[in-house]
Design a protein around this ligand. Structure first.
Ligand code: PRP
Ligand code: MN
Ligand code: MG
Length: 179
């Protein structure tokens, strides 16, 4: 059990479970994009840990670009998605994009970002998310690969934060409301 700021969290997905599922996702990606020339688009900050493991698990060679949106403050969505770091247009045009996200929660981040990415005219977009909360989703999102479908409870670790903390944790933890 761990504490970040005032909240307590309990173990949810172990480092071993993450490693083995990420390896499967990497293999599935390499099957789907075999022979292609993909560009990985990594959603900062949350997806940086997952992306580092997924890229190595896939064995695919390709460019990487980092984008950053922000919509969250604490555990609640503010509902407004800002593009803080945009993608490099020349790395997107005509390419097969692997869009790497750590979690799809309300879906608002992807709903806002996907049209911005499509505007840069990629050849295809494969959206991979480590975690998906279908019960929390407010808008439809075309997800191609999901690591874990999880209940609508706040989670941290393996890149995901609570108010800036917890990204370094090698496992994923779930909010423990019994405290
Ligand atoms: C979190 C998470 C996803 C997004 C999912 O990012 O990493 O990108 O929210 O939520 P949604 O589906 O409700 O939009 P956040 O905006 O907290 O930024 P961060 O990745 O820098 O932590
Ligand atoms: Mn994020
Ligand atoms: Mg966050």
């Amino acid at each position: 059990r761990i504490q970040l700021h005032e909240l307590h969290f309990r173990p949810f997905l172990s480092a071993e479970e993450l490693e083995s599922r990420v390896r499967e996702l990497g293999e599935e990606l390499s099957r789907r994009l075999y022979g292609g020339d993909p560009c990985f688009v990594v959603m900062l900050k949350g997806a940086f840990v997952f992306a580092a493991d997924l890229l190595r698990a896939s064995g695919l060679h390709g460019e990487v670009c980092f984008v950053r949106t922000s919509s969250y403050s604490g555990t609640r969505s503010e509902g407004q998605v800002k593009l803080l770091i945009p993608p490099e247009a020349e790395l997107i045009r005509g390419k097969d994009i692997v869009l790497v996200e750590d979690i799809i929660d309300s879906g608002l981040t992807m709903q806002a970002f996907l049209p911005m990415l499509r505007e840069l005219q990629p050849r295809s977009i494969t959206l991979v998310t480590l975690l998906h909360k279908p019960e929390a989703q407010q808008v439809p999102v075309p997800v191609d690969l999901v690591g874990f479908t999880i209940p609508s409870k706040f989670v941290v670790g393996y890149g995901l934060d609570y108010d800036g903390l917890g990204r370094n944790l090698p496992a994923i933890y779930q909010l423990d409301e019994s405290y």
